[in-house]
Design a protein around this ligand. Structure first.
Ligand code: C2E
Ligand code: MG
Ligand code: MG
Ligand code: MG
Length: 291
């Protein structure tokens, strides 16, 4: 399977992370059944454009409703899916479901929205990834500019392979974002090789921004660097108005966080679209009055 092509460092990291406990092995077995049993679904979290106040994109987040365990966090099962290789069929299902949902919203009359989909490292070493993305876009009738793929900095270790792959994906017309930016222990040199559109500032930097001048300095630095590199910035995990204020002052482009909305179902995005919009507008207007 694809694992033979994944750099050794990743495999070591993964096996170090997940101990071989009985529970973990059980979860791995159950994961295999979960896809066939349709236990997975997607939630979507709105991203608010701070310049327009509009929801122009959503991030798709996979959910596992286990028949007896209940909700299992992706933080727990994604690493297991990666290690077991299940991430390949699961990742395909996620991409297809997200693209088809984006097109459904459009057909239901919502303004066009970009959908962001997280990629796992195993998928970047999947032989037919580019073909698969192309094929899914055709089949779901989603225009490529409405798909954004999120990669993480841990994927920057095999620079030549990833650079070539990202160029092929860009050639299709889709967008590329770097997720969890600043947490990956990687050098910044990939920023000049990779054809990326967007950086997502990790929640870890934003969480204490009101109380920690180091976090303030780091977020300001990321915002100004992104501007010079002509990259858009999404700040993740915004829960408080004070965090929002800091990011607006720093000229951040997009915000994603509980302050605006938690991840919600596709139906909720559709049914509550105007409410979500008005909520975003209210929060942004309130902020401007406070200025
Ligand atoms: P991520 O891609 O960085 O996703 C953002 C995570 O932050 C989501 O957690 C989201 O619910 C959470 N979040 C957003 N706003 C806030 C906030 O204001 N406060 C707090 N406390 N949290 C917030 P989630 O859905 O549990 O996903 C966790 C991670 O699991 C994701 O981090 C991603 O690395 C992985 N993941 C989730 N869905 C997928 C998927 O479809 N494919 C892959 N490969 N990985 C996924
Ligand atoms: Mg993400
Ligand atoms: Mg993130
Ligand atoms: Mg994360």
């Amino acid at each position: 399977r694809e694992a033979s092509q994944i750099p050794q460092r990743v495999l070591f990291y993964k096996s170090f992370m997940s101990n071989g406990s009985a529970d973990r092995i059980l979860i791995e077995q159950e994961l295999h059944k979960a896809l066939a049993n349709e236990e997975f679904y997607l939630d979507f979290q709105p991203q608010v454009n701070l310049k327009t106040g509009k929801i122009e994109s959503v991030e798709a987040l996979v959910r596992w409703r286990h028949p007896t365990r209940g909700f299992v966090s992706p933080e727990l099962f994604i690493p297991i899916a990666e290690e077991s290789g299940l991430i390949i069929p699961l990742g395909k299902w996620i991409l297809e479901t997200a693209c088809s949902q984006a097109n459904t919203w459009k057909e239901q009359g919502l303004p066009p929205m970009k959908v962001a989909v997280n990629l796992s490292i195993g998928q970047l070493f999947q032989q037919d990834l580019v073909y698969m993305v192309q094929e899914i876009l055709q089949r779901t009738k989603l225009e490529p500019q409405y798909l954004q793929l999120e990669i993480t900095e841990s994927m920057t270790m095999n620079i030549d392979h990833i650079t070539q792959l990202l160029h092929e994906l860009k050639a299709i017309g889709i967008q590329i974002a770097v997720d969890d930016f600043g947490t990956g222990y990687s050098s910044l040199s990939y920023l000049k090789d990779f054809p990326i559109d967007c950086l997502k500032i990790d929640r870890a930097f934003v969480r204490n921004i009101q109380h920690n001048t180091n976090d303030e300095a780091l977020v300001s630095m990321i915002l100004s660097m992104a501007k010079h590199l002509r990259l858009k910035v999404v700040a993740e995990g915004i829960e408080e108005v004070e965090q929002l204020a800091f990011l607006i002052n720093g000229d951040c482009d997009y915000i994603q966080g509980y302050l605006f909305s938690k991840p919600v179902s596709a139906e909720q995005i559709f049914n509550n679209f105007n409410e979500l919009h008005n909520r975003a507008k209210d929060i942004l207007t309130e902020f401007k009055y406070e200025e």
